[in-house]
Design a protein around this ligand. Structure first.
Ligand code: HEC
Ligand code: HEC
Length: 355
């Protein structure tokens, strides 16, 4: 079935499907009598070129000129990512809330931190986060390096007393001094809190999850199903791309939750960072990569179904009331954004001074 037929079947449910296939309504026939591939192929290429104008395939890594990636830095960053001794009670690591074998989330509305305390916001995934223009729901950290220095000291997360306490604790663990020296060669004092952020940041810059959508963007016509392609077309036609675009399908803008129809939320969002009234209830548009795996949704984790989330987005962000088949179609597209986890890269390493 061609894409136009899937679309007309979706939206003209019950009616006779209009003949979008070819103006004459006849299958073009190639020499020798076999149906020509031309119309379907032309259509696929048209969709690919309009999609390429708004999205992009994932890169292999997200470079940062201020923090060049090296194998030694990644190795240290991976250890620190899994290091529970970076928390006051030695019980929490980054991986507690952002499980690398679980698409970078814990699937909880809010996450238990130090002594079981919970903050007000949902843990977003760490996969593909390096692509975002800023970090956190309100954009208060400029990049993954700066972000990584937050949770370790956050009293409801890992709750360390301060940067000095962190570095004192790490320097008492045999092995870390050498690992920092190798990761940051030529630095007079490589064991700094800044370098904790840089090592974890370097590790995160390769946490990318190529998906069927990337393969399709790259020219593989078989990578996505007809239903997923119809969903992509609808995603663009409905206007989701006003906010969810670029390689992460998000992560670039701050937008109001309730852009067209008001949406109830207590969280002031971006306003907490800028104190500008115009920023009240603005949140960073999240990436939609792996979204089928990262429920529950929104900054407060209040929505648990992807179908419901899509319905609410269309209604509150675009003022459109979607029908059930349209919601299913959009969800089919979102499922094509589920990527492959880098199983070797994320293997929990042996940590210094343990075992
Ligand atoms: C107790 C749970 C918890 C722990 C531990 C934790 N995080 Fe988070 N993380 C969160 C929550 C909640 C947010 C969102 C907070 C906000 O936006 O205000 C977040 C946000 C992030 C983001 C931003 C993603 C985005 O799309 O904006 C990244 C990246 C991240 N964390 C990485 C880390 C790293 C690295 C560590 C370890 C140093 C870590 N986290 C430890 C809960 C946690
Ligand atoms: C005007 C901008 C805008 C438009 C248009 C928009 N979104 Fe969103 N979207 C957002 C923002 C902002 C959030 C996060 C809001 C929050 O957490 O409070 C979001 C969140 C989401 C989420 C939840 C992701 C998560 O990890 O929590 C999904 C799924 C989603 N959007 C899909 C869509 C779809 C599908 C469309 C089109 C029907 C769409 N969006 C249109 C701005 C937009």
């Amino acid at each position: 079935m061609t894409l136009s037929l899937v679309l007309s079947a979706l939206f003209a449910c019950g009616e006779t499907a209009p003949e979008l296939e070819s103006p004459e309504g006849a299958e073009p026939v190639a020499e020798g009598g076999a149906p020509a591939e031309v119309p379907a192929e032309a259509e696929a290429n048209k969709l690919r070129s309009s999609a390429s104008a708004v999205f992009a395939a994932l890169p292999k890594e997200v470079p940062n000129p201020d923090n060049p990636i090296s194998d030694a830095k990644i190795e240290l960053g991976r250890m620190l990512y899994y290091e529970r001794r970076l928390s006051r009670a030695d019980d929490l690591s980054c991986n507690s809330c952002h499980k690398l074998d679980g698409y970078g989330v814990d699937n909880e509305p809010t996450s238990p931190g130090h002594e079981g305390q919970r903050g007000a916001r949902n843990s977003p995934t760490v996969y593909n986060a390096a692509l975002h223009a800023t970090q956190f729901w309100d954009g208060r950290a400029k990049d993954v390096e700066a972000q990584a220095m937050g949770p370790i000291l956050n009293p409801v997360e890992m709750a360390m007393e301060g940067p000095e306490a962190v570095m004192e604790k790490l320097s008492k663990i045999e092995g870390y001094r050498e690992l920092f020296a190798t990761a940051f060669p030529g630095e007079e004092e490589p064991m700094t809190y800044d370098n904790v952020g840089k090592a974890i940041g370097a590790f995160e810059r390769r946490l990318l999850t190529p998906s069927p959508f990337d393969a399709w963007l790259g020219g593989d016509d078989t990578a996505m199903s007809e239903a997923q392609l119809a969903g992509l077309q609808l995603f663009m036609d409905t206007g989701c791309t006003t906010c969810h675009s670029g390689p992460a399908l998000g992560g670039q803008l701050f937008m109001k939750l309730g852009q067209v129809r008001p949406y109830e939320t207590k969280d002031a969002g971006r306003f907490e960072v800028t104190n500008d009234e115009a920023d009240r209830h603005l949140f960073k548009v999240p990436s939609l990569r792996n979204v089928a795996k990262t429920a529950p949704y929104l900054h407060d984790g209040s929505i648990s179904s992807l179908e419901e989330m899509v319905r609410l987005m269309a209604a509150h962000q675009l003022g459109k009331d979607l029908k059930e088949p349209e919601i299913e179609s959009l969800v089919a597209f979102l499922e094509a954004l589920t990527g492959e986890l880098p199983t070797e890269y994320i293997k929990e390493p042996e940590l210094p001074g343990q075992g």
